[in-house]
Ligand binder design. Structure first.
Ligand SMILES: Cc1cc2nc3c(=O)[nH]c(=O)nc-3n(C[C@H](O)[C@H](O)[C@H](O)COP(=O)(O)O)c2cc1C
Length: 172
């Protein structure tokens, strides 16, 4: 197994955190990994909020009220610009969600490299989140993830995935 595959295996959804904040150096490297993510037509139609302010943090946690989330010392919120993202002419399909997904997964993998846990969250109240972040109409929350060192209750159930045979169609 090469280093990248090991990293893919290490990244897991973490749903329990220690209160310790990630180091500034780790966060800087994670931000750089996000910055390097590709996007359709290189539009980079994104902003990423890194929230450690305790009051704002607890308000944002209420957009996805789960006890485990409140253990996190910090949160990233990824928002897309609907006026800036590339739209495919063939069918008018806007590519902002795809762009943001790539960048957020860069974030999660870079965090895993630092020994930090993350957990994709899409099942949150995006309207309340937009209000808390004072977003204008063209900006929409897409995903958020807590970030921090995994707590004792974190249980990695492993990468339960469909088999290679099930998901790949080799046309030779
Ligand atoms: C687009 C997306 C949205 C997700 N939304 C949530 C969510 O709202 N809440 C949650 O607890 N996990 C969420 N997850 C985490 C998935 O449940 C998790 O990635 C999946 O079960 C595989 O487990 P693993 O990440 O530990 O490998 C989401 C994952 C993705 C990729």
């Amino acid at each position: 197994m090469n280093n990248f595959l090991m990293l893919c295996n290490t990244r897991a959804s973490v749903r329990d955190y220690l209160p310790t904040l990630p180091t500034a150096e780790a966060i800087d490297r994670i931000k750089e990994a996000v910055r390097l993510a590709p996007s359709a037509c290189n539009k980079q139609p994104w902003r990423f909020f890194y929230v450690t302010n305790p009051e704002l943090l607890s308000q944002l946690f209420q957009t996805y009220p789960r006890p485990w989330l409140s253990t996190a010392p910090a949160l990233f919120v990824a928002v897309k610009n609907v006026a800036e993202n590339w739209v495919r002419p063939a069918d008018n399909h806007a590519h902002g969600d795809i762009d943001l997904a790539i960048a957020v997964e860069h974030l999660c993998l870079a965090a895993a490299e630092e020994g930090l846990g993350t957990c994709w969250i899409c099942n949150f109240d995006t309207k309340a989140c937009a209000e808390l972040l004072n977003l204008s109409e063209e900006w929409q929350p897409v995903a958020m993830t807590p970030i921090g060192y995994p707590g004792e209750k974190h249980q990695d159930t492993g990468r339960k995935r469909k088999t290679t045979e099930e998901i790949f169609v080799d046309l030779v």
